[in-house]
Ligand binder design. Structure first.
Ligand SMILES: [Zn+2]
Length: 117
């Protein structure tokens, strides 16, 4: 709760209509991108005692979600990079296998020729 100048105002929670007993600052992230740093648009919202805690908690939850978004995007990016590396490794192993099979066939043919000679 910040400020006491909202005493004559009504609570801004829809459908409440009670006299506001204070002001809660709600910080709205301006951008929702992968950057860890972001700016906010701050709203001062007049609320009654009943809604002060709820609005404050939801406002904090919104900022936590903004932080989690960056962490989740980072996890997804790492997983995508790991998947590309794993796919490259599989292709490399498949090429090595084809090469080894060719070498084995060649050795078998040589051995067969040596036996029949
Ligand atoms: Zn209210």
């Amino acid at each position: 709760m910040a400020g006491r100048n909202a005493q004559q105002a009504r609570c801004q929670a829809r459908g409440c209509g009670e006299h506001a007993s204070g002001v809660v600052e709600v910080e709205l992230p301006v951008t929702w991108e992968a950057s860890a740093e972001y700016t906010v648009l701050t709203l001062s919202v007049a609320v009654c005692d009943d809604h002060a805690h709820d609005v404050g908690g939801r406002a904090r939850g919104l900022l936590e979600a903004r932080v989690e978004l960056v962490q989740l995007l980072s996890i997804i990016e790492r997983a995508a990079v790991d998947e590309v590396a794993a796919r490259d490794r599989i292709e490399e192993l498949e090429r090595d296998l084809v090469e080894a099979e060719g070498a084995l066939d060649y050795q078998r043919e040589r051995a067969d020729r040596a036996e029949t000679a």
